[in-house]
Design a protein around this ligand. Structure first.
Ligand code: TRP
Ligand code: SF4
Length: 562
């Protein structure tokens, strides 16, 4: 590899060596200051937590998997972290709830886990930093060592696991995690997590794991158990501190775990709160249609509905809107295309109910409630209500009040009352040698334990987005969006200094920056960072002594299932 001002841009041809999924392996997704994704290519994105962690096309994550764009929630985040500002954090699920709690000084939590399969590296640093930031914003922070997963899914022996586990915790603390305010645990040591995992396992079945993770008849049982343990990890902050918004910062390869944990958290609930208009059940789409019919007819004067569609005491209408009227109305209604299919079934249900009046209400469906909890809920609903075998309708409650009440009753009767966990996703870093960053190619990544001089050398030897000659570079500018060195600045070296990141980007693009000098500057910053980090690890070692975490697990076992 040449290393001067005219480094030719190497084509990414890194051998497709089997990659550790915990390595922040890189796709071609690159990041600009504005966070625009320039990735192009494969429309086949697989999210496999134990496979090779690459993402070729971030857009598919939004379209196919329903991850939301982080940019949409960014304006609501108080003092966003630089990884958020620079578009490294690109996606989320329901992060709004966390941002809102943060802004209102309400309780929230952040949790992530690390498989102790090797040395911590600069990919892990992204997640460490995200946890630490949330802790400093006032969140309850949790960092866990996924040792059960490393043993069952990766086949590491307990000795290897112990050694790496300690190293991860040292780096986490060295980067600023406060272990006295926050919680650090090992899965294997945490009985509450394992009990919760057992409980959650009763709501998940094999077909589901098969569909989500590609498990089959050959998958070992402990590996399956480790997925349900991860579900318990994700809900643990709410187990120990009560229901609260919880963010899980991870790479997008972990999204299947998030989807399952969001589902399971719902399935564990005692009650599901929905909205209804009459005695019968409606699907979400049908409900939209019936609401449209109800609103139109009530507004037309045959009913006295208040602004939010509810009826008010003392304004009882003489001529209620009836199901049959709504059916008539829908016959001539032209719904949006996504609701077309639901129109027939909605009309059918309304016709069947005939003269029954339509009356907006919230409905508590009994999902897992004990008999005592069900009875208690009936007693605590204020205003008009109607009790059925499997549900209760309340006519004078807002949806929000109903949610709050349902959770209170659940907690009073030994339920968990979980909120659905949120997540944020960061981009994978490109390898320094082009292609993916992989822990099996040392030159492609930087370990937090690398000798600072080696770190310096690796950066100096890195592939760039520069042109083939200095002249060309001055004329055309470099391509920071395709440059692993620029990524180093944006993801790590520029730290909180947006000006530095922007200057590198702009100077490169304008041809005012040549790769030799740019890499020299980056290499020096890397050397400094590593030296400083390693010094802080030494100090963290002392803190570890006082902590309630055991790095000599003394477990007996095999070298693991490979
Ligand atoms: N499965 C994660 C990994 O591959 C580790 C992990 C375990 C985790 N439990 C977690 C991550 C909870 C986030 C939240 O690295
Ligand atoms: Fe070269 Fe630096 Fe531009 Fe990368 S960011 S192409 S190393 S000048």
């Amino acid at each position: 590899m040449t290393d001067d001002d005219h480094t030719p841009r190497e084509v990414a041809t890194a051998a497709d060596a089997r990659d550790d999924a915990d390595a922040s392996a890189a796709g071609r997704g690159t990041v600009t200051d504005g966070g625009t994704d320039t990735a192009a290519g494969a429309d086949d994105v697989e999210l496999d937590p134990w496979g090779s962690a690459t993402v070729d096309d971030y857009r598919t994550l939004f379209e196919e998997f329903g991850i939301e764009e982080f940019d949409d929630v960014l304006p609501d985040v108080p003092h966003p972290h630089y990884l958020m500002r620079r578009g490294v954090v690109f996606g989320h699920r329901e992060y709004d709830a966390v941002a809102e709690a943060m802004a209102n000084d309400d309780p929230f939590a952040a949790l992530s886990g690390f498989m102790p399969t090797g040395d911590p590296h600069i990919g892990h640093k992204l997640v460490f930093d995200e946890l630490i930031w949330h802790q400093r914003q006032g969140g309850d922070a949790f960092g866990l060592i996924a040792d059960l997963e490393a043993h069952s899914a990766r086949g590491l022996s307990w000795d290897e696991i112990d050694e790496h586990a300690r190293s991860y915790v040292l780096s986490l603390i060295a980067l600023g995690f406060d272990p006295e305010e926050g919680t650090v645990y090992r899965q294997s040591d945490n009985r509450e997590v394992q009990d919760l995992a057992f409980e959650l396992g009763s709501k998940a079945n094999f077909s589901e794991l098969q569909a989500l993770y590609g498990f089959d008849g050959e998958t070992n049982v402990s590996h399956m158990q480790s997925t349900i343990t991860q579900m318990a990890d994700i809900l643990y902050p709410q187990l120990v501190g009560g229901p609260k918004p919880t963010v899980v910062p991870v790479g997008p390869d972990q999204d299947p775990h998030l989807r399952l944990s969001r589902d399971l958290s719902e399935r564990m609930r005692f009650f599901k709160v929905t909205e209804a208009f009459a005695s019968f059940e409606l699907t979400d789409d049908e409900r939209h249609l019936v609401r449209a019919a109800y609103d139109a007819l009530a507004a037309a004067g045959d009913g006295a509905a208040d602004a939010d569609g509810g009826t008010e005491m003392g304004t009882a209408r003489e001529d209620p809107v009836r199901c049959a009227d709504a059916a008539d109305w829908l016959e001539t209604y032209d719904p949006t295309p996504d609701l077309t299919d639901a129109t027939g079934p909605a009309i059918e249900k309304l016709r069947a109910a005939g003269k029954e009046p339509l009356r907006p209400r919230v409905r508590f469906l009994d999902r897992n409630a004990t008999d005592e909890a069900f009875e208690d809920l009936i007693g605590r609903i204020e205003g008009d209500k109607r009790v059925f075998e499997e549900h209760i309708d309340a006519f004078d409650l807002t949806h929000e009040a109903a949610e709050t009440l349902a959770r209170e009753v659940e907690l009073d009767h030994d339920g968990f009352g979980f909120r659905q966990p949120s997540s944020i996703y960061h981009r994978f870093m490109s390898g320094l040698t082009g292609g993916k960053m992989s822990s099996s190619i040392p030159a492609s990544h930087i370990s937090l334990l690398d000798d600072p001089e080696d770190g310096y050398d690796k950066v100096k030897a890195a592939t760039t987005g520069g042109r083939s000659t200095a002249e060309e570079q001055r004329e055309l500018g470099g391509k920071p969006d395709e440059c692993p060195v620029y990524e180093l600045y944006a993801y790590l070296l520029a730290n909180d200094d947006d000006d530095l990141a922007r200057t590198v980007y702009e100077e490169c693009e304008d041809g005012d920056r040549l790769c030799g000098g740019c890499k020299e500057q980056a290499a020096e910053l890397m050397r400094e960072f590593l030296a400083d980090h390693q010094e802080k690890r030494e100090e963290a070692a002392e803190l570890l002594e006082g902590m309630d975490i055991d790095f000599e697990s003394d477990r007996r076992g095999t070298g693991g299932e490979h």
